[in-house]
Write a protein that binds this ligand. Sequence first.
Ligand code: ZN
Length: 270
Amino acid sequence: MRWLGPGVIALLLALAGCSSPSATASRPVPSASGTSTSTAPSTTTAAPTPTPLAAPAPVVVLDPGHNGGNGAHPEVVNAPVPDGAGGTKPCNTTGTATDAGYPEHAFTWDVAVRMRDRLTDAGVEVVLTRPDDAGVGPCVDVRGQLAGQVGAAAFVGIHGDGAGAGGRGFHVITSSLDPAGPQIAAGSSALAVAIRDAMTAVEPVSDYTGSDGLDSRPDLAGLNLNAVPAVYVECGNMRNADDATRMADPAGRDAIAAKLTVGVLAFLGR
Ligand code: ZN
């Protein structure tokens, strides 16, 4: 958890742009009267024209599921944490892998980075729940609370499923507990539909779970504890040969990241 600090601090500093030296220096400062004052030099011909402040960039939290060091630290990832449903569940898990050994944590990290770059280019501020793919955790409850703490507009958890080899396709999950109230729940549903609609261009909807690419569950702490519209995307079934081929291929991951980004931007109205 401690290495979440710099990211959050950096974000807060970025959001506090009006007090940063660079932001202050770049903006013209209007005079109190709007025109030249009596103390201004006689050579002054016009007061600076105030420019409208740009609307703040929306913030999106991307949560790449699991982490590369989880497997080596069971004492950390098996510790119980609140599940947002009145019980507990393990801090985290190691995640799944393709039959050829490409791990889910590497998949989720790569897709998240590709999404981050696209969203940043589109003017969205992105916060990741982990800084790299070599650490342990953070726990699911910490991940689930981050979006609310940084004032995000949306939370997207990125995963790959480990279902039976015969099942194929992606699905988008929301919490079935309505934990943050009906307005946030409606936002989560809208986010899920926007991502589902975009993802169908690159991957079929799941033929083994959910309904038309959408599912809701009560057991996911990262969704139950969220204070903002939140989804998990199971981008495919890593145990299915067709899905595994796409998910282990950088071009396949890029296509997935591109469509996830389209969905997020549609949800944001950008
Ligand atoms: Zn996962």
